[in-house]
Write a protein that binds this ligand. Sequence first.
Ligand SMILES: N[C@@H](CCC(=O)N[C@@H](CS)C(=O)NCC(=O)O)C(=O)O
Length: 217
Amino acid sequence: MFTLYSHGSPNGHKITIALEELQLPYEVHQTNVFAGEGQTSEFLSVNPNGKIPVIKDTETGQIITESNAILLYLANKAGKLMPTEPTEYWRGIELLFFQASTIGPMFGQRAHFTIMASETVPYAMKRYVEEGERLYKLLDEFLMGREYFLNDYSIVDIAHFGWLFTAVHMGFSFDKYPNLKAWYDRVGARPAVQKGVTIPSGLPTLPPRKDLVAQPV
Ligand SMILES: N[C@@H](CCC(=O)N[C@@H](CS)C(=O)NCC(=O)O)C(=O)O
């Protein structure tokens, strides 16, 4: 049994998708980090970094933070969704690190400067929108001639889906990248994925994007 601290967000949805795919039992403590609930002393005792997702394995008492570490923990526990053959396993590890260190932070900055920032900073918007497009192209190349990032569907797909789902929600289309679009539709059609992105809630309604609102000249 797992206790999951989460919220409707890209990193949170990775974990609910994996728990649903693996059919592992869990209960959710909805933690609205965007309303300050990540900074309470109770939550900071669970994750000093003040961020979701976090899981507690109630069998062992182990607490894990960092979404891709949680994905690895769950896959390892269930013996599914991560290959064991060494070449494939290490490609999977490489892509999980890539997703956590590059896709998550860069897409996060793009969301921040185009939607959340209290100031309009054209340089930052341009920088992160361009970086997002460059990464779409790279993901499209990774997926050329393949159905999934590894030979079979795995936690690597789940890790990437969390952020691509958010990108679509924010209106950052990747329709012109055919391999990425086909992969997204393939993964998005899975019942566990469709359920996972609704737990504990869907993504929040967002204000208009700054780069789409006409700026005064
Ligand atoms: N590297 C972390 C990032 C976690 C993260 O940034 N979570 C976001 C939600 S997707 C959060 O808690 N944000 C609240 C905040 O930054 O205050 C992971 O992959 O789990």
